[in-house]
Design a protein around this ligand. Structure first.
Ligand SMILES: [Zn+2]
Length: 333
């Protein structure tokens, strides 16, 4: 058993309280390799932004749990070396699907875990979430839970609304589980294809797809029921068209990839939404930069020569999100 505190990490409690008060959101960036981690830490250190390093079950298997623990500890030390005096870095499990996985992460030094039992019936979601909360809180590890299904608007129109979080459930759920934050479903969605072309309109000028707006009425209703409670948005990549274009230009094939417009996320960040998850955007930046090198310099075979530019482009992306979308810069001196 290793405590996150020994690794120099922090949980989300204080970051979220400050973010809600201050009208900004904390970035939660997924990572699974060294270059992504370097880019996240560099961006956070240079902007003095609290940051959540997010690891999914798959990423944890990919990177190895023991290595991850030391990478997180290394990230804190690297941040200090970059001149960030008091780094506020959280290591968070994204979409934990069982008590055992959450427990294992708590035991391995994570400072925060998500238990996603949102696909289970309501009472089972409560029971499993409470079990994780009871374990994690013994070690001061914070817990994110989820209500509502994030399939977004992928399915038939008729079932759209029932996928959204039901505001009438949130008080009962938060009270009975004791969770520290709640991921809700208001129309965001995972991946680089968040909406089908049929769900979008097309901008006549650019020919680009314009996605349907987020359900801010659901968010407002949730905030009214749970004033000041930390809300989380998953699936909040914007799928920057410049990266999609770059990928397609250099041999890739991502037709009609579409994400959440940044102005909607900016609006959400000012509310009780205090954690915004971004994964696909950094995958796109990484892939775009690597493809460019491969296309322009086919003789190149030193991974540093293509992972390096990928790291630079991701750093730029993370800083842009922190400063221009989430507003978390300068919040952790
Ligand atoms: Zn998610």
């Amino acid at each position: 058993m290793v405590s996150f505190k020994e690794l120099g990490l922090v949980n989300t409690r204080e970051m979220f309280a400050k973010a809600i008060k201050g009208g900004y959101a904390i970035p939660a960036f997924n990572f699974n390799n060294m270059e992504q981690l370097q880019a996240i830490i560099k961006a956070a250190a240079e902007t003095k932004s609290p940051v959540i390093l997010q690891v999914s079950k798959g990423a944890r298997n990919y990177a190895n749990q023991t290595l991850l623990r030391y990478m997180a500890q290394g990230a804190v030390e690297y941040a200090k070396e970059l001149g960030w005096e008091h780094p506020q870095i959280c290591l968070h499990l994204d979409h934990g699907d069982s008590f055992e996985l959450c427990k294992s992460c708590v035991d391995f030094g994570f400072s925060s875990v998500m238990i996603d039992a949102s696909s289970l019936p309501y009472e089972e979601n409560i029971a499993l979430t409470k079990k994780v909360v009871d374990y994690a809180h013994q070690f001061d590890v914070t817990v994110e839970a989820e209500l509502g299904v994030l399939a977004g608007v992928e399915d038939e129109v008729a079932s759209e609304v029932s996928h959204y979080t039901k505001p009438e459930e949130v008080v009962d759920f938060a009270t009975r589980t004791g969770c520290d934050s709640l991921a809700i479903s208001i129309g965001t969605s995972h991946g680089a294809y968040k909406f089908t072309p049929e769900q979008c309109t097309r901008d006549p000028k650019t020919g680009r797809l314009v996605p349907p707006p987020l359900a801010f009425d659901v968010l407002d209703a949730v905030m009214e029921k749970l004033p000041g409670f930390p809300i989380v948005l998953h699936g909040s990549s914007s799928v920057p068209q410049e990266y999609v274009d770059m990928i397609n230009k250099y041999g890739g094939k991502l037709p009609d990839a579409v994400g959440i417009p940044e102005e909607q996320l900016r609006k959400a960040a000012k509310s009780a939404v205090c954690k915004i998850n971004i994964d696909s955007d950094s995958r796109l930046a990484f892939t775009a930069a690597v493809r460019k090198v491969f296309a322009e310099k086919p003789a190149e075979f030193d991974p540093r020569k293509y992972c390096g530019p990928a790291r630079d482009l991701m750093t730029e992306l993370y800083k842009h999100k922190i400063i221009n979308v989430l507003g978390s810069d300068g919040k952790a001196e």
